[in-house]
Write a protein that binds this ligand. Sequence first.
Ligand SMILES: [Fe+2]
Length: 266
Amino acid sequence: MSNDSILPTGQRRDVLQTVGGLAGFALIGSTSAAGAGDNGDVEGYGAVEDGRYALPELPYEYDALEPHIDERIMELHHSVHHQGYVDGANAALDTFEEMRSEGDYEDVKAAKRDFSFNLSGHINHTIFWQNMSPDGGGEPDGELGAAIDEQFGSFEAFREEFTAAAENVESNGWAMLFYEPVADLLVIGQIESQNGLAHQGAIPILTLDVWEHAYYLQYENERGSYVEEWWNVVDWDDVCRRYEFLTQTRADEVSDGKAEKDTDEE
Ligand SMILES: [Fe+2]
């Protein structure tokens, strides 16, 4: 099925523009239904401060996910590894400024690669922390649960595919569940490193870090054991909120686009 058969061109453009434009909002968002803080201020999440990327606080203590994920892993992962992506993204922004002020773009390729890698790492980890909870586990219900049943056959089938994707990521990377707004679909993807095999325009709503730094101290080379334990800490309430926010945004856009088109034709 081609994209053109999913939505008329104008409506498809609207969906892509709006859902894409709100992606950062939804990605950074944490505990509220719309992905925004009480005051609607995105900076309230702590992933950005004063125009610079920043390390967000975890929504729980470092030892909160034990026995599934060790305290020391969480501490190093958050305070060292995630901080490294934050610092790298900010350094790349500084390099862009320098290049512009000096009019020297000789290093542009490396700087653009650095920014893509580090910003992706920052966003991936920000979602990862929020996707987990000491009260996690189980299965999603509501709209996400229904969508998983419809698109994958059952939660068990979804879990089997996601687990296989995670266990088979080439070297370091991620397994992710994306919301793909053009076709209104859930997609399970593998991300190599932080940004390889990206799905342009699709928005991650569930991320699982399978870099060795995420599990090696506790599970050594047993990535499969780590993935099995991780299912016990998935915060489905957070994943459901992300899904419902994005699907509702898309539905509103399609509705607004249709109303606009009807008005134009009158
Ligand atoms: Fe990581």
